[in-house]
Ligand binder design. Structure first.
Ligand SMILES: [Fe+2]
Length: 415
């Protein structure tokens, strides 16, 4: 099945590029800049196609190959080429617009004016010239705005916002009154989230003075090569959390080897909860802290995935201390549809990144893009007396965000 999907994707991509390039060649093949354009075009298109063909040949994604030695060099090369390919088309269409603005349309207008000038009045000549200038200015404006907003979206992906909320838990033991939970999620440490960004984030996380750190999955983006970076990040936070650091694995953490991620991060001080419940004590009182895995499910459908979650939940429930509240770390917020009927007081999730694009701040609006796919995807929800908080993520897998900055959540518990 993998080979069929990859084979079709490679064929479609190849034909698409051949078709598009032929069209351009027909149109501009005789221009002086076309040789340069040819190099630019194929240097982006060929690696993307080659990546798919190699995956087809090997029967698996190259993302699952350890990034060391020759493979490491190849991995970084294909990753470096793959991202530009994803963003290739917006830039490509901008380039087309620039070519039209400065080369094609002016020359067309010029030739029109020339043919007209023999017979036309000077007044018409003047009008044509000013219309051309006006059109060029008008066309440059949206282009400028696009470039500006793309820059803004990129910068938006670097902003970190600390969200502070109070969550009321009815049966909260008195010793836990005012407990400060710090939640982070979806860091996606990898090619786009590197050590400098993490150092800046760590400073903010330490500064919020929490009692315990809770991490709700997708810590690694797709390659365990970056695990030492993640381990250093969590080791640097250890001192700041007197009651410890706890986490769960998200789908991205499983891409290469989830077991290795869990072992190494636990070694660095982030205790990974694998379908189990721990008792957190303060004095003689306790709260249950539960965590579930979120492995990618083969042939996943919502129904099939929920079945996995229920199996994991049943396992973790065995060690719950009765009579005390339960906080559950669970990567995917959609599971709340089921969990709201279980004996869980607060579920903490991530996964959605808040959709990254919010053209409306009303989370029910179709302009808040994720609302079209998810029922629960950002912020606090309460249904059936159960609560859910969905964190927008500290990282991303593409560096653009609108009205949806990265987030560190500080949750203060109250009774
Ligand atoms: Fe995820």
């Amino acid at each position: 099945m993998f080979r069929v999907v990859v084979g079709i994707a490679a064929a479609v991509l190849l034909f698409f590029h051949l078709f598009l390039f032929r069209r351009h060649k027909k149109r501009w093949g005789d221009r002086s800049w076309f040789a340069l354009f040819r190099i630019f075009y194929w240097s982006l298109a060929i690696p993307a196609i080659a990546y798919l063909l190699l995956a087809l040949f090997m029967g698996r994604s190259l993302f699952t190959i350890p990034a060391e030695g020759v493979w490491g060099a190849f991995y970084h090369l294909q990753a470096a080429m793959n991202y530009p390919h994803i963003f290739f088309f917006p830039f490509y269409f901008m380039l087309l617009l620039i070519i039209h603005l400065f080369l094609i349309w002016p020359s067309r207008i010029k030739s029109k004016i020339k043919t007209q000038s023999k017979t036309a009045l000077s007044r018409r000549d003047f009008l044509a010239k000013s219309t051309s200038a006006m059109l060029t200015t008008l066309d440059t404006f949206p282009l400028g705005v696009s470039l500006f907003s793309l820059g803004g979206m990129f910068l938006g992906s670097r902003d970190i916002l600390v969200e502070k909320i109070q969550i009321r838990i009815a049966n909260l033991p008195s010793n836990f009154e005012g407990l400060r939970l710090v939640q982070i999620s979806d860091i996606h440490i990898g090619n786009l989230i590197h050590e400098n960004y993490l150092k800046a984030a760590a400073q903010i996380i330490k500064g919020v003075k929490g009692d315990l750190l809770l991490v709700t999955g997708d810590i690694i983006d797709n390659n365990n090569y970056f695990l030492p970076v993640a381990a250093r990040f969590f080791a640097s936070l250890k001192e700041a959390f007197p009651m410890g650091m706890y986490g769960v694995l998200g789908n991205h953490d499983f891409i290469m080897d989830g077991e290795e991620v869990a072992t190494q991060l636990t070694g660095a001080g982030l205790r990974m909860l694998r379908n189990e419940t721990l008792w957190l004590g303060r004095g003689r009182q306790t709260i249950n802290l539960m965590g579930l895995d979120f492995p990618p499910v083969p042939r996943a459908s919502h129904h099939r995935r929920i079945k996995y979650m229920q199996k994991f939940f049943a396992q973790a429930k065995k060690s719950v201390k009765e009579g005390y509240p339960t906080i559950l770390l669970n990567h995917h917020p959609s599971d709340f549809e089921v969990l709201k009927n279980e004996d869980v007081d607060l579920v903490l999730s991530g996964h959605t990144h808040g959709g990254q694009f919010m053209f409306s701040q009303n989370r029910e609006s179709p302009l808040a893009l994720a609302s079209n796919w998810y029922r629960y995807y950002i912020g606090h929800y309460e249904e059936n007396g159960r609560q859910l908080y969905v964190n927008r993520g500290l990282g991303h897998w593409f560096p653009l965000r609108i009205n949806c900055p990265t987030e560190i959540t500080v949750i203060e518990l109250t009774s």
